[in-house]
Design a protein around this ligand. Structure first.
Ligand code: 0L1
Ligand code: MG
Length: 260
């Protein structure tokens, strides 16, 4: 058995994704995997996605709310890449045939007007670079069995990326108080959870600033036109075939998701 390295970890994670086969955490076999190396694995999986024709379209934050951190037993936010292959058009069902064990979570989504480059980005400067704010649902799908992982594992796994739906209503950030923007999550017509934007780092713009500063440390920036998912506001819900999930926001409208 060869020793673990960035290439081997990227191959293992993309194979798990492509074959829809969950696996044990990478850190079970590579306990020395640190955060910087985990981001290098994530970058290598992005490089391979781009090689196969996907386009980089944005960034997502994960574990920005206490609800998510408590559920996943990981206490730090993280960032990961979004590509055009992860976009789920409004009205399309969850592509179960491509996923292992999808879960859905409501998110506040930014579409960027201006470039945002850390370090030193504050929530106010971050919000000033946003073109429009949308409601969204992210469909996450960890490659790890039972969604059990450590922080380096989930970073390497591109923060459980799967698909995301962006709601059709886009509002300028100046029209909204995003800390107070509320969301009700329904499964099969029953309300199962709720939160306001304050659940996301106190304000979703804080999450955006965090992403810009994190990318800045790595010599990168958030680019105009990029989509930014600011992180699940509530715990995620399972989306088996037949399930109907809805996220109703106070000012950003509703997003619906069918389990297929
Ligand atoms: O699987 C996970 O829950 C990790 C990704 C977190 C996604 C989020 O918090 O938005
Ligand atoms: Mg998410």
């Amino acid at each position: 058995m060869s020793t673990w390295d960035i290439d081997r970890a990227a191959t293992a994670l993309l194979e798990a994704e492509d074959s829809r086969t969950d696996r044990v955490p990478i850190t079970d076999e590579w306990p020395d995997l640190d955060l910087a190396t985990a981001y290098a694995v994530q970058d290598e999986t992005l490089r391979r996605r781009l090689d196969r024709g996907e386009k980089l379209t944005g960034i997502k934050l994960g574990l920005t709310s206490r609800a998510k951190q408590q559920r996943m037993n990981v206490t730090s936010p993280l960032t990961a890449w979004l590509t055009d292959a992860m976009v789920l058009p409004v009205g399309d069902p969850v592509p179960q045939e491509k996923l292992i064990h999808p879960r859905a979570e409501p998110e506040i989504v930014f579409v960027m007007r201006d470039r945002l480059a850390g370090p030193g980005v504050t929530a106010a400067t971050a919000l000033a670079a946003v073109g429009s704010v949308h409601a969204g649902i992210e469909v996450i799908d960890s490659r790890y069995r039972d969604f059990k992982f450590t922080l380096p594992d989930v970073v390497a796994d591109n923060a459980s990326s799967g698909f995301f739906v962006t709601g059709p209503v886009g509002r300028p950030p100046s029209e909204l108080d995003l800390a107070l923007e509320a969301c009700l999550v329904e499964v099969d017509g029953q309300v199962v959870d709720s939160a306001t934007g304050a659940a996301v780092q106190g304000h979703p713009a804080e999450a955006l600033a965090l992403a810009a500063n994190d990318l800045g440390r790595r010599g990168l920036a958030i680019e105009p036109g990029w989509v930014v998912l600011t992180g699940g506001m509530t715990d995620a819900v399972f989306v088996p075939p037949g399930a109907k999930v809805a996220a109703h926001f106070t000012n950003l409208g509703s997003v619906f998701l069918s389990g297929g």
